[in-house]
Design a binder for this molecule. Structure first.
Ligand SMILES: [Zn+2]
Ligand SMILES: [Zn+2]
Ligand SMILES: [Zn+2]
Length: 270
């Protein structure tokens, strides 16, 4: 009987994920027990411990307060968006079901993501209004996979309007570059070409269809950069450095919450 006596975390984790028709009683349910090498239900295995969620009645691995992963996600999503007074700002309420259910990850992956300290901090900042509910406010934060994912979730929930990612990345890059180039002779060139020519073109295009790649954009910026320093420019900085492609931000897959199975051993894990 698998769940009687000492059992290591990976074995426990594996045992509480097996669902099927019990060969002992013919009932389709969780099969955490082991009899003669076959997975069986807890009744047939004689396991006293219950795996029934106290809220929804599903038989599964149980988390904090003896609820299943989906019920735990509902709780944790609401907790994360609590503004500190036990309530959630009305404009953030649509995010709760999205955090709990809608993003492309396993329930365990979503739970791990919500438990991360950095996720908790960002959601708390949004919940309390320390970080405003706008794309511009998110742009003020360091560009991380966490911010990308959170932005996507806010868009999915309808809390923020959709944006064209390629266009947005280019806008951010341009703003950063122009700030870095203050007083540099190429600031003017980049401002003219980047803002008035290229960005305007991208905006028009993005209004018609999603922009698929930004590689071409940066390439054309490079080729349009002068190959020698401007006359009278004291700087040795390569002119094309002004047009350097930004470090590519997180890919779509990289921004997904990870599933960390190592932490999945305890039935009361939160
Ligand atoms: Zn083991
Ligand atoms: Zn059975
Ligand atoms: Zn449940």
């Amino acid at each position: 009987m698998l769940l009687e006596g000492p059992i290591c975390n990976p074995c426990f984790d594996a045992a509480v994920r097996i669902f099927g028709t019990c060969p002992g009683c013919g009932v389709e349910r969780l099969l955490p027990g082991l009899t003669a090498g076959t997975a069986v239900c807890r009744d047939c295995a004689g396991i006293a411990r219950s795996f029934t969620c106290r809220r929804c009645g599903t038989e599964a691995r149980l988390y904090y307060r003896k609820v299943c992963v989906r019920c735990r996600l509902d709780d944790l999503a609401a907790e994360r968006l609590d503004d500190g007074t036990g309530t959630i700002r009305p404009e953030l309420r649509p995010l709760v079901p999205v955090l709990a259910r809608s993003f492309k990850s396993t329930p365990e992956g979503r739970l791990d993501w919500l438990k991360r300290p950095e996720t908790r901090a960002l959601l708390h900042a949004l919940a309390t209004g320390k970080v405003g509910l706008s794309h511009a406010a998110l742009d003020e934060l360091p560009a991380t996979a966490l911010v990308d994912t959170t932005r996507d979730l806010l868009v999915a929930a309808g809390c923020l309007p959709p944006i064209d990612r390629t266009l947005h990345r280019f806008e951010r890059w341009l703003t950063t570059r122009l700030t870095q180039l203050q007083d540099h002779p190429y600031e003017r060139v980049l401002r003219q070409f980047g803002t008035w020519h290229h960005l305007a073109k991208m905006r028009t295009k993005a209004a018609q269809q999603p922009l698929t790649t930004n590689a071409q954009t940066y390439a054309s910026m490079e080729s349009s950069a002068p190959s020698t320093s401007a006359p009278g420019s004291p700087t040795k900085k390569s002119p094309s450095a002004a047009f350097r492609k930004p470090r590519s931000t997180a890919t779509t897959s990289g921004s997904r919450p990870r599933t960390d199975r190592r932490s999945a051993g305890s039935s009361t894990g939160r």
